[in-house]
Design a protein around this ligand. Structure first.
Ligand code: FES
Length: 114
């Protein structure tokens, strides 16, 4: 198991870029729930963030790709609007143990090309 980050190190209503084994992920905390995704837009495969640790739209209501502005639901990664509408961010399975976000190595297998 890989210990990623403490849930307390992600502020409510914010996002956080994470790197593990040279792979880029990001986490969002909303309503005390943590969501974890691959940092890769399903449109062109680019990283999503606007700047370091900024993955959300100005209201903090949706995840927004900085390249062409696609909007994704925080809870399930579904693209609601933009060039990849109907596709989804890839969620990374994890569990929380003693306040730490923990991953299986297999959760980090590089996904097939988009
Ligand atoms: S690369 Fe994300 S919307 Fe185009």
């Amino acid at each position: 198991m890989i210990s990623l980050i403490s849930v307390n190190d992600i502020e409510e209503g914010t996002s956080r870029g994470l790197e593990v084994n040279n792979l880029h992920l990001f986490a969002v905390k909303k309503d005390a729930q943590v969501y974890l995704y691959w940092n890769r837009c399903p449109h062109l495969g680019t990283p999503l963030e606007w700047e370091e640790d900024r993955f959300l739209d100005p209201d903090g209501a949706l995840i927004q790709c900085s390249t062409h502005g696609a909007l994704f639901q925080i809870e399930n990664g579904n693209c609601l609007a933009g060039p990849c509408k109907g596709k989804s961010l890839r969620a990374i399975p994890f569990l929380i143990d003693n306040g730490m976000i923990m991953l299986e190595e297999t959760a980090l297998r590089v996904p097939t090309p988009l």
